[in-house]
Design a protein around this ligand. Structure first.
Ligand code: NAI
Length: 334
């Protein structure tokens, strides 16, 4: 079966890691008709829109997209395309598996955490204004609807995949109303899943616990901002941002993308680690029912790491993005 998928190369290292993933997908024998459309500065230069309607319509039509990172200006300029895209398509669940790869040396073995991050509200609502010069207000929006929906997603996932424990992460000691509401909604859902162990941790303690012993966590359930921060922390525990894939999931549409950003310092140098992008493709093809071929890609990536000869510079090696892709392709075709 030929899949029709929207492909958003992104900017910075986006096009490089995307090309590497495409080589591997082709070598795995997965047939895809790609609809290539971009967002961000490149799209603005072509169409006058940072997030063109054509791109949103393409995802609405194809239901699935894979996306490279897109830069967002800091402290000024246009709003994040990533946040806008997630909100426009109601991709309410961010799903990020953080797992050791064989052969990649880190302080901890047996890390296997699923980060489930609420993707549509919180401080990412972008509602900010100047009250008087020198005083700025930024609104944190938490709703019962979105909190319950993300909690259901996490508990359903845990039940389906036989995961044992969910840790809800919060700061309800300080933000009693907003994080308090989040917790109340999660507790209501947790009661419906008595077979799954449930715990709550304050976010600062959760970060320390992760650094001391990440193996104590199974599924972590967080609001948008905490989820963003904890994802990068988790990535650091298993070897870095070059390794961790992600999915943004809603009822109708799904956009798969690595956790990392556009890494401007190494962009265009053929240095980026394309593993996170490749593993995002694995998640996408599992979602599309191409489980066998998706798993073959995952095994090929693991085999390259197991051998330990082809490592990109983020992991202390000298291999280029292209050489890493070629090594994975060799495993797939042999
Ligand atoms: P970043 O994730 O781009 O980079 C953080 C660090 O990780 C840098 O040292 C970078 O070189 C390294 N890194 C990231 N991906 C790598 C890879 N595949 N291989 C090797 N090293 C890698 O985060 P940063 O610097 O905070 O953000 C840069 C830009 O990316 C910003 O404009 C930000 O808004 C955007 N961004 C976009 C995201 C998206 O499109 N989903 C997510 C996060 C950031």
């Amino acid at each position: 079966m030929k899949h029709k998928i929207t492909l958003i190369p992104g900017d910075g290292i986006g096009p490089e890691v995307t090309n590497a993933a495409l080589k591997v997908i082709e070598a795995a024998g997965i047939e895809v008709e790609w609809e290539v459309l971009n967002a961000g500065v490149e799209a603005f230069q072509k169409s006058g829109r940072y997030l063109p309607d054509e791109l949103l319509n393409s995802i609405r039509c194809n239901h699935v997209a894979i996306k490279g990172p897109i830069s967002t200006p800091i402290g000024e300029g246009f709003s994040s395309i990533n946040v806008t895209l997630r909100k426009a398509l109601n991709l309410y669940a961010s799903f990020r598996p953080i797992k050791n790869l064989p052969g990649v040396k880190t302080r901890f073995d047996n890390v296997d955490i699923i980060v489930v991050r609420e993707n549509t509200e919180d401080l990412y609502s972008g509602l900010e204004h100047v009250v008087v010069p020198g005083v700025v207000e930024s609104l944190k929006i938490i709703t019962a609807e979105a909190s319950t929906r993300i909690a259901r997603f996490a508990f359903e996932y845990a039940r389906r995949k036989n995961r044992k424990k969910i840790s809800a992460i919060h700061k309800a000691n300080i933000m009693k109303l907003s994080d308090g509401l989040f917790l109340e909604c999660v507790r209501n859902v947790a009661r419906l899943y008595p077979e799954i162990q449930y715990e709550e941790l304050i976010v600062d303690n959760a970060c320390m616990q992760m650094v001391l012993d990440p193996t104590q966590f199974d599924v972590m359930l967080l609001e948008n901002l905490y989820g963003d921060i904890v994802s990068d922390l988790g990535a650091g525990l298993v070897g870095g941002l070059g390794l961790v894939p992600g999915a943004n999931l809603g009822e109708e549409w799904a956009v798969f993308e690595p956790v990392h950003g556009s890494a401007p310092k190494i962009a265009g140098k053929n240095l980026a680690n394309p593993t996170a992008m490749m593993l995002s493709a694995v998640l996408m093809f599992q979602h599309l029912g191409e489980t066998e071929k998706a798993n073959r890609i995952a095994y090929a990536i693991e085999a390259v790491y197991q051998k330990g000869k082809t490592l990109t510079s983020d992991l202390g090696g000298t291999a280029t993005t292209t050489q890493f892709a070629e090594a994975v392709v060799q495993h797939l075709v042999n």
